[in-house]
Design a binder for this molecule. Structure first.
Ligand SMILES: [Zn+2]
Length: 353
């Protein structure tokens, strides 16, 4: 096994977010977006000879290019507002979870007010009950952005590729709403930054098992950021459920929805389609939203991709020979996650030649 050359960007602060479980169909469940995910990935990459680079603190410009200011202010202040309102002390609730949502059927075309009650305010920004906020959530989510932007810096300075070993993940977050265990859209922020830094055409290729709805929504009317996503078809009953592939009016977007149980062959055909789309888009740079939850043993998806499949996906994307920022998304099999990410990153380097 060759030494992994691409720098691995890391911040200990990413470990501070502990969801403390999730609420699914009204029931508390343990949840599996754990700090240990990042630790396991880092261990595997360091064992393969990777160099770890500390993330630098990065300015807010790229966040503001991607997210609504109100979402950012909410996430930044949510925990202190929750504490000040007494929910932990009075109700024993140490995590912020919505109980009412600004559903389109409730507010219609009206701009909803910012609720006075912190408990209600959450429902203006959260779209599920699976994404709790605790005391470490904002610092960790912000540090994940720092990792993604530091990886951009390295690539802008000439590294062929750099990897942000970051969590919590980000690819479900839209301009103004968070969910799906994601708080800030790290990959979209990276793409916006590369675009602002002067690369005229940037592609985001999302190979997480779930639809990269966030970037698609954020860049829907933007002709110079291509979003491509290979994922289990939400129409077959999988997260994020509501958006039907092909119904979107995004100007530069490709969705490759796959049937449950799709294995290497079908999934790699999807990755190849995404790679061809990036090539015909004539991208100057690429962000890979690298989820490894399409793996056969992953508890969060019904896809059946092997470790060799991730290596081959990496080779196909690396073969585009574009300056590449890789941002970690999902992947929940702690025993396998490090090896899967390593396989994908080694594949990218092999593909780059
Ligand atoms: Zn996923």
């Amino acid at each position: 096994m060759g030494r992994l050359s691409m720098p691995v960007v890391w911040s200990d602060t990413c470990l501070l977010h502990e969801a403390g479980g999730e609420v699914w169909i009204g029931r508390p469940i343990p949840g599996d977006e754990l700090p240990e995910r990042a630790v396991r990935i880092r261990e595997a990459l360091v064992a393969a000879g990777a160099t770890v680079v500390e993330a630098h603190e990065q300015p807010d410009d790229a966040l503001l290019a991607v997210h609504d200011e109100r979402l950012l202010a909410f996430l930044r202040d949510a925990w202190s507002d929750w504490q000040a309102a007494g929910y932990p002390a009075a109700h024993g609730q140490g995590r912020i979870v919505p109980y009412i949502f600004a559903h389109l059927g409730l507010v219609g075309a009206l701009e909803p007010m910012l609720p006075a009650s912190p408990a209600a305010r959450t429902g203006l920004f959260a779209f599920d009950t699976m994404t709790p906020i605790g005391p470490g959530t904002w610092p960790a989510a912000r540090a994940a952005v720092d990792c993604a932007l530091t990886a951009c810096e390295l690539v802008l300075a000439g590294a062929p590729a750099a990897y942000a070993c970051a969590r919590p993940p980000g690819h479900h977050v839209t301009r103004s709403a968070y969910g799906g265990s994601c708080y800030l859209n790290n990959a979209a922020i990276a793409a916006a930054h590369l675009r602002a830094a002067g690369w005229m055409r940037v592609a985001i290729v999302d190979i997480d098992a779930h639809h990269g709805n966030g970037a698609e929504s954020i860049f829907r009317s933007c002709g110079d950021v291509l979003t491509a996503s290979v994922h289990v078809d939400p129409a077959t009953g999988w997260f994020p459920h509501f958006l039907v592939a092909g119904s979107d009016d995004a100007v530069a977007n490709l969705n490759v929805p796959l049937a449950p149980h799709t294995g290497d062959e079908g999934w790699l055909a999807g990755v190849l389609r995404a790679a061809e789309e990036v090539a015909s888009f004539d991208a100057d740079a690429m962000v890979v939203a690298l989820g490894v939850d399409a793996a056969a043993a992953d508890p969060e998806s019904p896809l059946a991709v092997s470790r060799d499949g991730f290596a081959e996906a990496g080779r196909r994307l690396g073969g585009l020979r574009l300056p590449t920022v890789v941002v970690q998304e999902g992947g929940y099999d702690l025993a396998a996650i490090g090896g899967l990410v390593l396989a994908a990153l080694e594949g990218i380097e092999e593909g780059m030649g």
